[in-house]
Design a protein. Structure first.
Length: 152
C-alpha cells in the first residue's frame, strides 16, 4: 500500500502496535494488525458467532469499532511521538450484511493536520475466495497532548 505521507516518528510502526495491543476490545474481537504504513493501517478479524446480531451477521457496533480503530491508527501513524489519538466523530455506511469467514479493515488518512486529521476506513468480508465491501467510515481524529490518563 503506497503512501505519500511522511511520519513524524521513525518508530511509528512500533507505536501503533504497542497502542493497538493495549486495546482490550481488539482482543475481544480477535483483531490483529496486518500492516502499518504512513497514514494507512490494515486490521483483520475472523468471523465469530459471539459478535453477531440476531440474523447471524457481524453486529454494526463491531463493524464500527473495528473501522474506528483502523481509521484512528492510520492517523496515529503520522502523529508525533508525544501525541495520543482520540476519535472526535465518524459516520458509518453499512453497505451490505457483514457475513464472511474473515474481515479486513483498511484505514487511510485523507488529510493530516497538526491537531485534526480526516481519515476513512473500509471493511471487506472474505468468503469462498471472494472479497466484498460491506461498510465504510469517514471520521475526524485528534492528536492529544499532555492529558492525564491518556497515553500515546
Amino acid at each position: 500500500m503506497a503512501s505519500h505521507f511522511i511520519p513524524c516518528d521513525s518508530d511509528y510502526r512500533a507505536r501503533v502496535h504497542d497502542s493497538f495491543d493495549r486495546q482490550a476490545v481488539m482482543k475481544t474481537v480477535n483483531a490483529s494488525v496486518v500492516s502499518v504504513e504512513p497514514g494507512a493501517v490494515v486490521l483483520e478479524f475472523p468471523f465469530q458467532a459471539d459478535l453477531t446480531q440476531q440474523h447471524g451477521f457481524i453486529h454494526a457496533g463491531i463493524v464500527s469499532t473495528v473501522l474506528d480503530s483502523a481509521m484512528g491508527y492510520a492517523a496515529f501513524s503520522l502523529m508525533p511521538v508525544n501525541a495520543a489519538v482520540l476519535t472526535i466523530e465518524f459516520k458509518v455506511n453499512l453497505l451490505s450484511p457483514a457475513k464472511g469467514e474473515r474481515f479486513t479493515a483498511i484505514g487511510k488518512v485523507k488529510k493530516a493536520g497538526r491537531n485534526i486529521t480526516v481519515a476513512e476506513a473500509e471493511l471487506f468480508a472474505h468468503s469462498d475466495g471472494q472479497r466484498k465491501l460491506v461498510a465504510t467510515m469517514v471520521g475526524t481524529v485528534m492528536s492529544v497532548y499532555d492529558r492525564e490518563g491518556i497515553h500515546n
